[in-house]
Write a protein that binds this ligand. Sequence first.
Ligand code: ADP
Ligand code: MG
Length: 226
Amino acid sequence: MTVDVVVLENIVKEYSLGTHKVRALNGINLTVSLGEYLALAGPSGSGKSTLLNLMGCIDSPSEGRVLVDGELVSDKSPDQLADLRGRTIGFIFQTFNLLPVLSAAENVEYPLLNHKDVGKRERRERARYYLKVVGLEQFVDRRPAELSGGQRQRVAIARALAVHPKIVLADEPTANLDHKTGNGILTLMKALNKEYNTTFIFSTHDPKVIEMADRVVRISDGQLVE
Ligand code: ADP
Ligand code: MG
């Protein structure tokens, strides 16, 4: 059975810039199924981050409908939206976005603080488990500044997975890493995709990264091409 975890219908997104408007997305239709490993490929400024932010329910479209895990995002109150996001989505960012004063383990635990059904012991265990999964069991007590770029991104992957999301959204996750390290991150994400059937949607403009995807969606000037 296929389950559509993200459905975008006729999406338009405009940003106001002073007196004029910038149309960042112009009529996007896209369906993503559970367990896909999908690259969103396009040059800088094509609308990748805008699209990922809409899928992640951290921004709303000017026109069109966004369904996440079968739920219509625009129908939700802010609290319901935070809940849907927390239960369903993990984020990985280009700049890792770890909290500098927290250890690797504390960073992974952090999003779980909002999960009332996950107690302290379970939180600890999940942090250790996923840091082990990404090969960082030796580094649980290190702060981000004491880790390499690739290690920081692996902490971010562990943090995204610890909430048991159906979807992981990764905005240019390898852009700040050298090729070899970036490749390792993509290989790891792919293994996790297969192991847990977690949907991965990652943006990139790197041809080497695009090659590793099971499905590629190309975006140009706010429209999907082909
Ligand atoms: P990408 O991630 O592919 O580089 P973005 O989604 O960031 O592209 O941007 C798409 C377009 O929207 C660009 O023209 C960008 O300048 C514009 N844009 C993005 N965010 C904003 C914003 N907050 N205000 C105004 N324009 C924006
Ligand atoms: Mg971007």
